[in-house]
Design a binder for this molecule. Structure first.
Ligand SMILES: [Cu+2]
Length: 193
């Protein structure tokens, strides 16, 4: 994409590298798609299942894969959860606890409290979902990433809930993608047994 970035004479705005424009255009497209998706899906329940809509058109990768019955599972209503797990986010770039165990097919409500002074998030998913979320955060920290059903963002002192029905047995993560936090190790392990 930046193959001609060193040739500003071909550009109407010599001072602006081509990639900056490309990122800007991509950001505008993402905003438009999110608005459209919200309008279209506005009167439906379970907006999470529609957040990664098909109309992304390959322009920007959806930050979460379509939810299926198995696999990683998907968002659920709090009334479906038989139990709750309390999780705290800490400024030491750790979660408390650092790991949890759940059963395949079980719905669990995570009651997450930000015990730190910094903003933290709780993003649930497999490695692919974590990677896609990090990508979305890098481009649109206040837009796409925070509208996803597998993620909540918490201001200092804030508590929020996220209910998830787990799918197949395996390993998932809960992680924080505020800038630098994930790379500092801010992640916990979910063993789905
Ligand atoms: Cu964090």
């Amino acid at each position: 994409m930046a193959d001609r970035a060193s040739d500003p004479d071909t550009d109407t705005h010599p001072g602006t590298p081509r990639w900056v424009k490309a990122v800007g255009i991509a950001a505008i497209l993402v905003v438009l798609l999110v608005v459209v998706a919200r309008v279209v899906g506005g009167n439906e329940h379970g907006p999470g299942r529609h957040a990664a809509s098909d109309d992304m058109d390959g322009q920007t990768p959806p930050a979460i894969e379509p939810v299926t019955a198995g696999g990683v599972g998907g968002p659920a209503d709090a009334s479906e959860a038989a139990r709750a797990i309390e999780v705290a986010t800490l400024d030491t770039m750790t979660f408390e606890p650092t790991s949890v165990e759940v059963s395949a097919g079980e719905a669990v409500t995570f009651e997450v409290t930000n015990s730190g002074q910094a903003v933290h998030e709780f993003t649930l998913g497999d490695a692919t979902m974590q990677r896609e979320h990090a990508k979305a955060m890098a481009h649109m920290p206040e837009g796409v990433a925070h509208a996803l059903p597998n993620s909540i963002t918490l201001q200092p002192g804030e508590s929020k809930q996220l209910t998830w029905r787990f799918g197949d047995a395996g390993k998932l993560e809960y992680a924080c993608h505020e800038p630098g936090h994930y790379d500092s190790g801010m992640r916990g392990q979910i063993t789905v047994g």
